[in-house]
Design a protein around this ligand. Structure first.
Ligand code: FE
Length: 304
């Protein structure tokens, strides 16, 4: 388009040449009035065309050629057309390039459950696990692959996608799905059939941070029950200190610089089939019977 513009605007009109008209631009340059000229201007006369030698401006050389059409159109219009042509051509080239690139989807897979679907009964039913793991969690994994692939993030891990999109306007949907996929991966491992107690190192840390194990449980219950709407309750490590927090929706301690050690899903889909609206009963059942303290210990720095 740019080349066509140049060719078109540089063609003299044949009737002007035939009638021997001297273009205004040619007169101006022949008289040495071109402000861009560093040397005396020469006029190279070619039948049907006049080219000025000595004008150092490309645009001036182009625009001062004998061209009645161009003189009528005006230099500003020509320059605008030139810029518009470049923008349109550039946009078209980018579109062709973009369409020719097919982004690879990430290969994030859903980790297998660390136990059978009925292993957490009677506290969490097989039916809840089937829906929660088989439908909700899987949907977050699938959607993350779809959205991250379309956004050109296919080479990143789930952890990297979550960190990269956290707080990024326009990538909220990718973050929500990636973080929910991550949180559920962590949630399944936070539970295990059979009541256990923290090991000696964890017990000391709990006593130091909360005063006692019972106080820790109270704080965890409070975090789970005061979380308005959907979210998560967490035990995290923050600057060598244990802390209980809650997060809304898909939010995650990792993107806030904290080390997650344990989590409890308090979205309704985690308990509604078994407990309906009785979130306290679900929280009590899990914290008294299913906490996986071996997993908590493995998340402490130096224990991985
Ligand atoms: Fe969930």
């Amino acid at each position: 388009m740019v080349i066509m513009s140049l060719l078109f605007t540089n063609r003299p009109r044949e009737d002007d040449v035939r009638d021997g008209k001297k273009p205004r631009a040619a007169e101006t340059h022949a008289e040495g009035a071109c402000p861009h000229a560093r040397k005396p201007l020469n006029v190279e006369r070619i039948p049907g065309r006049e080219t000025f030698v000595g004008c150092t401006s490309f645009f001036r050389r182009v625009t001062m050629r004998d061209n009645t059409f161009f003189n009528e159109m005006g230099r500003r219009t020509f320059v605008r057309s030139l810029i518009s042509g470049c923008v349109i051509a550039g946009t078209g080239m980018f579109g062709l390039y973009r369409d020719s690139v097919s982004y690879a989807a990430p290969e994030i897979t859903q980790p297998p459950l660390p136990y059978k679907e009925d292993a957490l009964e009677p506290y969490i039913s097989k039916k809840t696990i089937e829906f929660h793991y088989g439908k909700h969690h899987k949907a977050y994994i699938d959607k993350t692959n779809e959205l991250a692939g379309a956004a050109g993030l296919g080479s990143l891990s789930l952890d990297e996608i979550m960190k990269k999109t956290a707080g990024s306007a326009g990538q909220t949907s990718i973050f929500n799905n990636a973080a929910q996929a991550w949180n559920h991966n962590f949630y399944w491992k936070s539970m295990l059939p059979g009541a256990r107690k923290p090991d000696e190192r964890l017990t000391k840390m709990i006593d130091s941070s909360f005063g006692s194990y019972d106080n820790f449980i109270k704080e965890l219950h409070n975090a789970a029950l005061t979380q308005f709407g959907s979210g998560w309750a967490w035990l995290v490590l923050e600057q060598d200190k244990l802390k209980v927090i809650n997060t809304s929706n898909a939010d995650n301690p990792v993107v806030h610089g904290q080390v997650p050690l344990l989590t409890l899903d308090v979205w309704e889909h985690a308990y509604y089939l078994d407990y309906q609206n009785r979130r306290p009963d679900y929280v009590k059942a899990v914290t008294e019977n299913l906490l996986n303290w071996e997993f908590v210990a493995s998340n402490l720095p130096g224990n991985a």
